[in-house]
Design a protein around this ligand. Structure first.
Ligand SMILES: CC(C)(COP(=O)(O)OP(=O)(O)OC[C@H]1O[C@@H](n2cnc3c(N)ncnc32)[C@H](O)[C@@H]1OP(=O)(O)O)[C@@H](O)C(=O)NCCC(=O)NCCS
Length: 200
């Protein structure tokens, strides 16, 4: 099957958000609501420290996506400056009856020793492929394109974080595409996470 990998643009935003919601059921970001996720993806289009790639099939339907950040601190500063109020509005609107969400959000993004190192480099934030299109090499193609682009910009190391348990497809996928485990740790919620690194 022929796949075309392009940068995300506004035309494909709704399709890509739908793909994200289907691919990450029960995940924290998904629980923050459709509008939040859409704004999050949209922020990657206009932010110079972010990358957003999508894979289109032969009918130009979105079958895969990748989000990456080249400098996390600068990315979030720009994101807060440009859309901070809207993010806050969507979080409050969709989670007003779930106060625990705010604690999770705080814990997720506060700094700690482990993610200080990890977050100072290039980070792969998410990658997902439409369920029926998986195991066709599409994720490998997208990640290779992202790495190729980063190399051309002289970046030398990338990191990512994923659940260590109950997540065989993702962990196998990362091993297969050249990532190695940098560190394993438990979150304050007790989730065991793998942080991977890869030379670009
Ligand atoms: C993980 C994911 C992105 C892989 O996408 P994909 O297009 O199917 O991956 P590829 O076809 O490029 O697979 C490359 C390799 O990954 C591994 N892999 C992929 N899916 C696998 C599965 N279900 N079980 C075990 N290994 C798997 C295999 O080693 C595979 O190589 P092989 O086909 O030669 O065996 C996809 O399963 C997905 O979208 N999952 C839901 C979202 C997610 O978990 N994302 C990652 C965390 S951010």
């Amino acid at each position: 099957m022929k796949i075309n990998i392009i940068k995300l643009n506004h035309y494909y935003l709704d399709e890509v958000v739908k793909l994200h919601v289907e691919s990450f059921p029960g995940y924290f970001i998904t629980s923050l609501g459709y509008e939040f996720i859409k704004l999050f993806y949209k922020s990657h289009i206009s932010n110079e420290y972010a990358d957003a790639l999508i894979a289109l099939d032969e009918e130009n339907k979105v079958v895969g996506s990748l989000l990456g950040v080249k400098n996390r601190a600068k990315f979030y500063n720009q994101l807060i400056l440009s859309n901070g109020c809207m993010f806050l509005y969507y979080i409050i609107k969709n989670n007003i009856l779930k106060p625990y969400t705010f604690i999770r959000l705080y814990n997720r993004y506060r700094k700690n020793e482990i993610n200080n190192n990890f977050y100072s480099g290039v980070v792969l934030s998410s990658i997902c492929i439409q369920q029926k299109m998986r195991k066709n090499g599409i994720a490998t193609e997208i990640i290779n394109k992202w790495i190729y682009n980063l190399k051309a910009q002289n970046y030398d190391m990338a990191y990512l974080e994923t659940d260590a348990t109950g997540n065989i497809a993702a962990n196998n996928f990362y091993f297969k595409t050249g990532w190695d485990i940098y560190i394993k740790y438990s979150t304050y919620e007790g989730r065991v996470m793998n942080i991977y690194f890869r030379k670009i």
